[in-house]
Design a protein around this ligand. Structure first.
Ligand code: SAM
Length: 213
């Protein structure tokens, strides 16, 4: 996964510029919702990638630390020179957040949750929530499964996770773990752990927002 995202770093943000009015409208709404949720917050952003959403969150947040495992994605994020003093990027692992400083009252994870193996969801959420203060707001967004978008979906016998087969500009082909959920599955995952859970399913994307109890 890390190697794939290192290779993909320079072409990654093309996903946000697809010529599709529905997608663009949902992305604009997502950005506005995220900016509102992050207003005045000290944010821990998991899997920040090239900093596309970090830049949006930085419009309203007090401070953001973005963590990602792919150094090439972080290089792009750092090259954006997002308001210095307000945004820091760290090379790190979403499953090992104990090394990150604390004092966060918001969490952000954009297009990351789908890459968490089903068997590691509990581990990821425990670590993520432990890194945040009680009462923190969390905002996540993800892709809906849409035929013809983001590569062929692969199911493997006896394996609960699904995968997408994707080709990069250099012609290399990669199988990337990518899970899709419906609303009831998301409710079953999050509602025992959080309060004020809000799940919005749209055509291209879904959003999950909640508060750490
Ligand atoms: C789909 S991209 C999302 C990037 C960014 N959040 C966005 O929405 O534009 C997934 C990101 O997860 C990162 N990643 C993969 N495994 C990771 C891990 N174990 N810890 C932290 N980041 C990881 C990849 O490097 C990649 O940047």
């Amino acid at each position: 996964m890390k190697d794939y995202y290192n290779k993909r770093a320079s072409e990654y943000e093309a996903v946000y510029h697809r010529d599709d009015p529905v997608r663009q409208r949902e992305l604009a709404h997502m950005a506005a919702t995220l900016e509102k949720a992050m207003y005045g917050k000290r944010v821990l952003e998991i899997a920040c990638g090239t900093g596309y959403w970090t830049e949006k969150a930085a419009m309203t947040a007090e401070h953001i630390i973005g963590v990602d495992a792919a150094s090439e994605a972080l290089e792009i994020a750092r090259s954006k020179n997002l308001s210095s003093g307000k945004v820091d990027f760290h090379l790190g692992d979403a499953y090992k957040l104990d090394a990150i400083e604390n004092g966060f009252n918001a969490g952000l994870a954009m297009f990351w949750f789908s890459h968490v193996p089903r068997a590691r969801i509990g581990e990821f959420l425990r670590g993520f929530h432990t890194a945040l203060e009680k009462g923190s707001i969390v905002f996540m967004a993800e892709n809906m499964l849409q035929e013809g978008i983001g590569g062929e979906l692969i199911r493997k016998p006896g394996i609960e996770d699904t995968f997408k087969r994707r080709m990069l500009a250099d012609g290399s082909v990669h199988e990337v773990l990518k899970n899709y959920y419906d609303q009831s599955e998301l409710e079953a995952i999050f509602s025992p752990l959080v309060t004020d859970l809000r799940i919005e399913m749209e055509t291209c994307f879904y959003r999950v927002q909640y508060v750490i109890a």
